[in-house]
Design a protein around this ligand. Structure first.
Ligand code: SAM
Length: 230
């Protein structure tokens, strides 16, 4: 899969794209990343890419022409604008994108991006959550990580993906490792029982209970298993 990222801060990505699973996926050629410096498309000696908003107001807006030119080589890809005004990112969206050949992520800065870019050059607008960040770069990295781990062969144990939070509309159950007794706190006995059926049943109940307590809206959305909560 090819992921292109358009940003005025290409250096932002040097570290994160070169560590852990993302680096390994790139080495294994499961993932190819291209970071495009938006400033290279800016006007004049200062490579200007922003200007004051029409109608007045605080801050600057990224101009349409540099963005359109930066996006031109990616016209055939699925183009995503990162913006707090977009659809909240979900596992479902990442699942869908992980099946694509290519994805282009546009990072805004300042007050955002000229609306004509969103209207005419973007396929989907996505938000990382209901808060405002400085720029789209962190959101782009979240997407790179979220998609990469879904690429076939990227994660050693594929089962770990199948059993994770949101996969069945539920949060994952609590996890424990050695030692079984630690500072006076014990691991739930059932996990030491060696009884596979009991362990599975405990895990299922924990997923339901945890989701009911922390994210009841997931159950209300019908993705989980509300009938089993009684
Ligand atoms: N004026 C914008 C508003 O009120 O919606 C916020 C602009 S924000 C300071 C600058 C850029 O950061 C945005 O264009 C977007 O690319 C990115 N950004 C900020 N928060 C984000 C979020 N929650 N999800 C995705 N991108 C975000």
């Amino acid at each position: 899969m090819n992921i292109a990222i358009i940003s005025i801060f290409p250096e932002f990505f040097h570290g994160p794209l070169n560590v852990s699973l993302v680096a390994r996926a790139r080495e294994a050629e499961l993932l190819e990343t291209t970071v495009v410096d938006l400033r290279a498309f800016g006007a004049g000696t200062h490579r200007q890419v922003d200007d004051a908003p029409f109608g007045g107001g605080a801050g600057m807006v990224l101009q349409p022409e540099p963005l359109a030119n930066a996006l031109a080589p990616f016209a055939d890809t699925h183009r995503v604008l990162l913006t707090p005004g977009g659809k909240p990112l979900t596992q479902e969206i990442l699942d869908r994108w992980a099946t694509l050949d290519s994805l282009t992520l546009v990072c805004g800065r300042y007050e955002g991006v000229d609306e004509r870019i969103a209207e005419h050059f973007i396929d989907e607008e996505i938000s990382l959550g209901d808060y405002v960040l400085l720029g789209g770069e962190v959101a782009a990295l979240a997407i790179v990580e979220g998609v990469t781990r879904l690429l076939p062969g990227a994660v050693g144990n594929a089962r770990s993906i199948e059993t994770e939070s949101f996969r069945d509309g539920l949060l994952e159950e609590p996890q424990y490792t050695r030692p079984a007794q630690w500072r006076g706190w014990d691991v739930p006995e059932v996990l030491l029982s060696g009884h596979h059926g009991h362990v599975e049943e405990w895990r299922r109940q924990q997923r339901l209970e945890r989701t009911r307590q922390r994210r009841p809206e997931l159950l209300e959305s019908g993705l989980g298993e509300p009938d089993e909560l009684e």
